[in-house]
Write a protein that binds this ligand. Sequence first.
Ligand code: C2E
Ligand code: MG
Ligand code: MG
Ligand code: MG
Length: 287
Amino acid sequence: ACAASGAAGGLLLVWLAFRWMRWRYSPGRQIRLALDHNEFVLRYQPIYDAATGRYIAAEALLRWPQPDGSTIAPDRFIPVAEEAGLIGAVTRNVLRLMSQDLGAWLVQQRDFSIEINVSPEDLDDPLFYGALDEFVVGKGILPRQISLEITERRLIEANAGDCTRRLRALGYQVLIDDFGTGYANLDNLDALSLDGVKIDRSFTVHLGDGSARSRITQAMIELARRLDLDLIAEGVETVPQMHNLLYQNVTHMQGFLFAQAVSANELQTLRPPAIVAIRQMQMSGWA
Ligand code: C2E
Ligand code: MG
Ligand code: MG
Ligand code: MG
């Protein structure tokens, strides 16, 4: 009997050690620690307005720098944060970083806005609304200077019409991110209270190549217009893509043709590249 209980105790110890290791090295815990140690940083990718030739907004994009000098991309850690129930803390951290980085500047630049990626879980979290009060309103930033981006698929799944209405009533702008990649439930699209849509890069990339995708992109643009939504094209990488967008009167563009995501300091002095201004001038009458 004695030997048996010894073996059971040993097994229990092994099991406990295993559980401890799993917790100790779990990705969720790493993110919790990174939040506590303020390891995340924001980069800002500008959005170009072809009508004025200026940057009018920037999207805040999260980065996780590592001790070895590399950086972990958000596609890798955001899903983990969501899985671990930490996305609310991540989003509030983003709002705090944004207001530290750019709060004073945004008070001087009333025509400039910042786009923040949020998860559907944020939309009915009282702590999220508290963070908006603290880091936006409390810093003198106008709610209309903040756009909240939510991916199409998840917005529809979350049936978030009441939340988006509430946010817009508070003055925030609400955008659908990755427009075209969710299932196109057009009935819901109309029921959601929205300011605009961001056309996903997977569509932008096919603009003007004569493919079915390019015709679908045109139809998406037309649909957004009919619903009176603002349009932003993501992932614009080439001059022909820019021309094609201008031809369809889409004037708000984001992509590597203009700039990658830069630091908050760089953002404040960044100007669109000369090539863009010149090519645009060559096209008479369009912008
Ligand atoms: P997204 O919201 O669709 O952001 C656009 C992504 O496309 C960014 O990648 C950006 O760097 C990249 N991009 C922009 N222009 C171009 C282009 O011309 N060509 C190519 N190939 N790529 C371009 P990033 O920063 O790696 O972010 C990936 C995704 O991670 C974002 O997609 C967003 O869904 C998510 N994300 C980023 N920051 C946050 C955050 O603070 N909170 C949440 N919840 N999600 C975030
Ligand atoms: Mg986005
Ligand atoms: Mg996007
Ligand atoms: Mg996208």
